[in-house]
Design a protein around this ligand. Structure first.
Ligand SMILES: *Cc1c(COP(=O)(O)O)cnc(C)c1O
Length: 465
């Protein structure tokens, strides 16, 4: 054994202690550090060092990381990182994630089965959390993009079943032209269609209700009537700009008259089911043939984690079957290696298992409801301030807003940067207007953070006017 490696092995408990101390320091300073540190001037960044010929051991690596890289990392695990839709990691989720690396399991086959049993238990809990019936099977993947891709791959195979071909065997070309109908799909849907050989152009934009991002069910009805043969509908349960929801029951009811696969992107919107005041937004979710939910957003587990549910695990296995002499037959409960694009993967379910076991439905409901209350409070503060203008009511956990006067992308960028030490928001464009989004999905965020964020945005708006 390499001498440095052997020395690290001999001192493993001390190394883990040093790492624990570094973790505690990083978490204790989340509130005090800039939410997003200013990027260093390009000429102040030293050239990357060459690959070390002889290593100096884990403690030296830790010191180098703390000196060179840690100061440049954002406080995205903290309460005022409101960009994109970003969760943190609950204490239990963090513990679960650490132990995922400690046990370093490849939880994909029954030959070494406890990992996939743990994943199945976790998926069962998630199904209950989102109020799904027993009709869906689920698998964990790395994020909502991969979940959408997997769901649409199953949809592709379903289209094949209807046409008497198998795209998994014969290629996507066996299908002929495919139409994927959606009103306000997330960008990852087009990416998935590109990956799956269906093509970005297969996406057909369906009109929304006036002034909304939610689909107009009557327009969807007409679009389906215009579609020759079976189609795929992507319903959206929580759009990223204004967190609008398609009426899932109305969409599903169209199945009485049209033949389509219903995929629902509920990456973070599914968590509305945890709040009795908001659960109506996702009524009908269970009717989805496939369904995408991110876990590294509102469940607050570390990256990278999402779940994919489907009512047709048989088609899923047809697509992702990984035939190998050592893996054996598929059976009724195929090993996870046969159900997702990944073969080997980490025991990703453990962090979700930990946080659900630790805090239960009530604990996670409290996080969701507190984040919603925070979004409403920031929305109300900005609405009262003549410098800002809300572009949409706050339906759930996102505030979509802009400057009342002269909201050019350049001014909004200046505002974002001026506020970035205290609050991080991300740019968008809504109904043609350059805008900003503040998304609440971190378990740490409180009303005190909302006040600090609002003050920082106000000051930045004044200073950059
Ligand atoms: C975040 C998000 C995605 C993509 O999720 P990743 O985890 O980044 O892959 C897809 N759809 C919606 C609605 C999202 O909010």
């Amino acid at each position: 054994m390499d001498r440095t490696l052997a020395a690290d092995l001999a001192r493993l408990p001390e190394l883990l202690d040093a790492t624990r101390r570094a973790a505690v320091r990083a978490l204790e300073t989340l509130d005090a550090r800039p939410v997003v540190p200013a990027a260093p001037a390009p000429d102040s960044v030293p050239a990357p060092p060459p690959l070390p010929e002889h290593g100096a051991g884990a403690e030296a690596a830790l010191a180098a990381f703390q000196e060179r890289w840690e100061p440049r990392l954002s406080a995205s695990a903290g309460p005022r990182y409101l960009g994109f839709v970003t969760g943190g990691a609950t204490p239990a989720a963090l513990a679960g994630d650490w132990l995922t690396a400690v046990h370093d399991q490849n939880s994909n086959s029954a030959l070494d089965g406890a990992g996939q049993d743990l994943e199945r238990e976790t998926v069962g809990w998630l199904r209950e959390l989102f109020g799904l019936s027993g009709a869906h099977r689920g698998t964990l993947v790395s994020g909502a993009t991969m979940s959408n891709t997997t769901g649409l791959a199953i949809a592709r195979e379903w289209l094949g079943e209807r046409a008497g071909v198998s795209p998994a065997e014969d290629g996507a070309a066996a299908l002929g032209p495919v139409r994927v109908l959606s009103a306000a799909p997330h960008s990852s849907i087009a990416k998935a269609l590109s990956v799956l050989g269906l093509g970005r152009r297969s996406l057909v934009a369906v009109p929304t209700l006036p002034g909304r991002e939610a689909v107009d069910p009557a327009a969807l009805d007409r679009a389906l009537a215009d579609t020759p043969g079976p189609a795929v509908v992507v319903a959206n349960a929580g759009t990223v700009n204004t967190v609008d929801f398609d009426d899932l029951r109305a969409v599903a009811a169209l199945k009485d008259r049209h033949d389509f696969w219903l995929h629902t992107d509920a990456a973070f919107g599914a968590f509305a089911a945890l709040s009795p005041d908001h659960a109506h937004l996702v009524a009908g979710l269970d009717a989805s043939d496939s369904l995408c939910v991110d876990l590294h957003k509102w469940l607050n587990v570390p990256y990278d984690s999402a779940v994919q549910f489907t009512r047709r695990p048989d088609l899923q296995a047809r697509v992702f079957r990984n035939a190998a002499a050592y893996l054996g037959p598929l059976g009724d409960h195929p090993d996870l290696v046969h159900l997702t694009p990944e073969n080997s993967h980490r025991l990703r379910a453990l962090a979700a298992w930990f946080t659900l076991r630790a805090y239960g439905r009530r604990g996670h409901r409290e996080i969701v409801e507190r984040d919603i209350a925070c979004a409403r409070a920031l929305g109300a503060e900005l609405d009262r301030d003549p410098a800002f203008r809300l572009l949409s009511p706050v339906r759930l956990n996102v505030v979509c807003f802009t400057l009342a006067a002269d909201p050019t992308p350049a001014r909004l960028a200046a505002l974002r940067e001026a506020a970035a030490a205290d609050v991080f928001v991300t740019p968008t464009r809504y109904a043609g207007t350059p805008a900003l989004r503040a998304a609440f999905s971190n378990w740490r965020t409180t009303q005190a953070d909302v006040r600090r964020a609002a003050a920082a945005l106000r000051t930045a708006a004044r200073d950059t006017a």
